[in-house]
Design a protein around this ligand. Structure first.
Ligand code: GTQ
Ligand code: FE2
Length: 363
């Protein structure tokens, strides 16, 4: 005699209940969730205004000292889609940091790698393993993973910069280690050593041998970066990003860090790019000018100092309708995707390659 339908249903229910009790998941119940046709990210596009960031950073400067334990006076950008995870995107930490005249943020090291992009001030430094890297506006400074670093301000004005770290990724990998240096500041062995040796854009010192994955150049100065952007003039550039350069490790020709790619791009006056999407996520900082980006159909107007996030696999295009150049610095997790064979991108095909704007971002 064959079983009745209710019997089968009861047995199946019992089966699912037992599976749950035994910490088992029947894949066929969750296939669509685990294997979506394309990424279903929680990361939301979002924008932070510089007027708020700068005011809050200065306010923190008035209210909060830099001390051991807290280590840094940093305001992290939190993506509202990530359920309280301390992250700008699922893989990237982005923040503004302020150091006031005479202060030194204590020396430490961690397995998360970091970049600084200088927004305001000069005569400050990051001491990376004893190489005192002097920083001014527009410089990109690296602190590779597990390198000692302390920051000091020798100016009479506060220094504000963007931090970018792979901390959310390293955290998800349960690979975060941290160690304070025994003293407040690391001894200075040289000043601008990596820059003197390795910043000749097409020249490398023959007497230096690469040390594993440690990037040889730690400070990418603004002036040559800007010259590279300007050299293109009116020439053709990327249809999706206009004039866009990736910062390179001069030894490998690859990204500056294994987990973080850094980019500088100029959206020239009158340019409105084509839309595309990429599997990597990005945090942009508006270094100069104004314009807007359309991200998944929403228009994000930005101006100097603002930060915004482009989530994984989100359509995005950039526009500069003004008369001045717009310059965007960004950090992206592209090197991770490339290293794992996961990198993908796709051009937007409809409406001549540009999205229909269905809304404007309001915070
Ligand atoms: O300046 O060393 O934004 O360790 C987060 C963690 C900055 C830093 C951050 C850090 C730092
Ligand atoms: Fe640090």
């Amino acid at each position: 005699m064959s079983k009745s339908a209710p019997d089968t249903e009861r047995e199946l229910n019992d089966f699912y209940q037992e599976a749950d009790q035994r910490h088992l998941i029947p894949l066929w119940k969750v296939t669509a969730q685990l294997l979506p046709a394309e990424p279903q990210t929680k990361v939301l596009p979002y924008l932070w205004k510089w007027s708020d960031l700068r005011r809050m950073a200065n306010r923190a400067g008035d209210l909060v000292p830099i001390e051991r334990g807290g280590e840094r006076r940093v305001l992290g950008l939190i993506n509202p889609g990530l359920g309280g995870k301390y992250a700008a995107t699922h893989t990237l930490w982005a923040a503004v940091q302020i150091v006031k005249p005479g202060e030194i943020a204590p020396c430490h090291r961690h397995t998360a790698a970091a970049i600084r992009f200088i927004i305001e001030g000069d005569r400050s430094y990051t001491n990376v393993n004893g190489d005192k890297c002097m920083m001014s506006r527009g410089d990109l400074v690296l602190t590779p993973n597990w390198s000692w670093h302390d920051h000091g301000c020798e100016s009479d004005q506060p220094m504000i910069w963007m931090d970018g770290l792979d901390l959310p990724l390293v955290g998800d990998l349960d690979a975060v280690f941290f160690e304070p240096y025994p003293t407040h500041a690391h001894p200075v062995a040289q000043i601008n050593d990596s820059e003197r040796k390795f910043s000749g854009p097409h020249l490398k010192p023959t007497w230096e041998k690469p040390e594993g994955r440690y990037p040889p150049l730690l400070n990418y100065k603004w002036e040559p970066t800007y010259q590279a952007l300007k050299k293109i003039g009116e020439g053709a550039a990327s249809p999706f990003d206009d004039v866009c350069f990736q910062y390179l490790n001069p030894h490998t020709g690859g990204p500056v860090l294994p987990t973080i790619g850094c980019y500088i791009q100029m959206i020239r006056p009158g340019i409105h790019t084509q839309a595309h999407r990429q599997v990597n996520s990005a945090v942009y900082h508006v270094f100069e000018g104004r314009g807007y980006s359309v991200i998944n159909g929403t228009r994000f107007d930005w101006e100097r100092g603002d930060f915004f996030v482009v989530p994984p696999w989100a359509w995005h295009e950039h526009a500069n309708e003004g008369k001045e150049e717009a310059i965007l610095f960004s950090i992206q997790d592209t090197p991770v995707m490339e290293a794992l064979g996961l990198y993908r991108e796709q051009p937007y095909q409809e409406h001549d390659g540009q999205q229909k704007v269905i809304g404007t971002f309001e915070s």
